[in-house]
Design a protein around this ligand. Structure first.
Ligand code: ADQ
Length: 465
């Protein structure tokens, strides 16, 4: 069996005793434990000196963690700059927010080259390399330029935008050439895959052979052949069901329930990011109280949103906007014994969150664009199957392609989201159970193990040329 080499911007903290936090970390670790291999990426540390260091290696059984620090300049240009101020807004259809600068584009390429340079000596000829996310699109081409012929796959965790959006990026052709250096390119949904294929056909005159939903599309472009396919990421469903059952009786859950004193709960959990549609979500809750005043003092909305990317101006702006909005709505509707919105800028552990999800009667997940959105899946898996809550889900989350038994909404349509909340809060038990069961069938058949294995299996079959 070939070794797997996983490359991602961040490497999950190395702590054997603790369970890795995110779904991705769980999947990656499970895959690496099976095959043995390397997890390679940024350490998360920024150093002031410019000089490039050697990777720091930690061996845990058959698994090696190899991490590199970033200089302040690399961090500003590659991470804060091109990745988070150009590609992130672009891929989330926010063309008006993109920063265009040759300096950050060059920094992005430079760091990808530096990472590739440092990985090459660690690679064996029959390794499989699996690169993750928008920070590292040029990484495969950088490896190939250094003589690496290994099987290489890339997985994009964000949406892939329609070609009409992508062309707003200067040198978009170069970025797609870099993407085409891989043997396998994975997206979350058929929608993303179709956008990629449309770009190949419209902008490059490339050839696309559609092999059906399970087979993906063979792409012929830049003199190479690669497979592009949708692999919707998922959660560790059975594990989370078990965690939620235990969490239902935990101290945090009890405290949350007691604080509600019989009121019902709507929950939102997101990184504080402008792609998550939080201002519209707050307004939709306000609209619910206006249109259906019977919920005043009867329903609370808990929004957990830990700040992220705080060096980027748009993230400072959205944080301020949400503080003002929650303050205004609470000032308008609060009673001496009821706060309509509980807005928290902090994160919670997985177990605590599982208990919160289970307590909530409605999961409100309304991103304006999202590659997948794992919170939607986690909310469903944490419900009590005998008395489940209702998921209200944005049609612009990748998860909506699979979880079509949720109440699907357009997050820009604030009145319609308020109506969906009303429908969720008044839904009969049989309908709630039926919708929940349908979504659980999908989450059980397509869990994180399925995602990992189907991707690695497709990569094993490379090259496709
Ligand atoms: P994110 O944009 O971070 O991920 P999402 O998939 O919803 O979005 O969340 C990732 C994880 O972080 C989830 O497991 C969630 O429980 C956890 N999380 C979020 N908020 C939290 C909080 N307040 N406290 C504790 N944990 C919290 C990107 C893409 C998504 C894609 C994932 C995986 O933007 O579209 O689904 O990668 O591919």
């Amino acid at each position: 069996m070939s070794r797997l080499v996983v490359v991602s911007n961040r490497v999950a903290p190395i702590d054997e005793g603790k369970q890795a936090a995110g779904g991705l970390a769980v999947a990656v670790l499970a895959a690496l434990k099976k095959t043995g291999g390397i997890w390679f990426g940024w350490s998360g540390t920024v150093v002031e000196e410019e000089s490039q260091s050697e990777p720091r290696r930690t061996d845990v059984g058959r698994l090696t963690y190899a991490t590199l620090d970033l200089s302040r300049r690399d961090f500003e240009e590659y991470y804060n700059g091109f990745a988070n101020q150009t590609l992130w807004p672009l891929f989330h259809y926010r063309v008006g927010l993109i920063e265009v600068s040759r300096r950050t584009r060059e920094g992005y390429k430079r760091v990808n080259g530096y990472f590739a340079e440092k990985l090459v000596p660690l690679l064996r000829p029959d390794d499989m390399v699996w690169v993750h996310d928008y920070h590292l699109i040029p990484f495969g081409e950088e490896l190939r330029q250094r003589g690496c012929n290994q099987r290489m796959g890339f997985f994009l965790h964000t949406p892939f935008p329609a070609p009409e959006i992508l062309v707003a990026l200067p040198n978009h052709r170069e970025l797609i050439r870099e993407l085409c250096a891989y043997d396998l390119v994975g997206f979350h949904t058929q929608v993303d895959l179709r956008s990629f294929a449309d770009y190949i056909r419209q902008e490059l005159d490339g050839e696309v052979e559609d092999r059906g939903p399970e087979g993906g599309m063979l792409i012929h472009a830049f003199g190479r052949t690669l497979l592009a396919r949708a692999f919707p990421i998922s959660i560790d469903t059975e594990n989370l069901v078990g965690i939620a059952e235990i969490a239902a009786r935990s101290r945090h859950t009890q405290r949350l329930k007691e604080s509600l004193v019989g009121r019902r709960l709507i929950i939102g959990v997101d990184r504080l990011d402008y792609s998550k549609g939080l201002p519209q979500r707050f307004q939709a809750f306000e609209q619910l109280l206006l249109t259906y005043p019977e919920h005043c003092n009867r329903v609370s909305f808990l929004q957990v949103a830990p700040p992220s990317r705080e060096d980027v101006p748009e993230y400072i702006a959205i944080k301020r906007e949400l503080s003002e909005l929650s303050g205004r709505i609470n000032g308008r509707f609060a009673e001496f014994d009821w706060m309509p919105i509980r807005y928290l800028n902090k994160s919670f552990g997985r177990r605590v969150l599982a208990g919160f999800y289970r307590t909530a009667h409605v999961g409100l997940v309304t991103p304006l664009r999202d590659g997948m959105n794992l919170v939607a899946k986690e909310y469903v898996a944490c419900q009590d199957a005998d008395d489940p809550g209702v998921l209200v889900l944005s049609t612009f989350a990748g998860a909506a392609r699979e979880l079509d038994s949720a109440l699907i909404v357009n997050p820009f349509d604030i009145e319609a989201v308020a109506d969906a909340l009303q429908r969720a809060l008044t839904m009969s038990l049989p309908e709630r159970k039926e919708r929940h069961a349908a979504m659980m069938r999908i989450l059980r058949s397509h869990d994180i193990g399925w995602w990992r294995e189907s991707y690695v299996d497709a990569l094993t079959r490379a090259p496709y040329g």
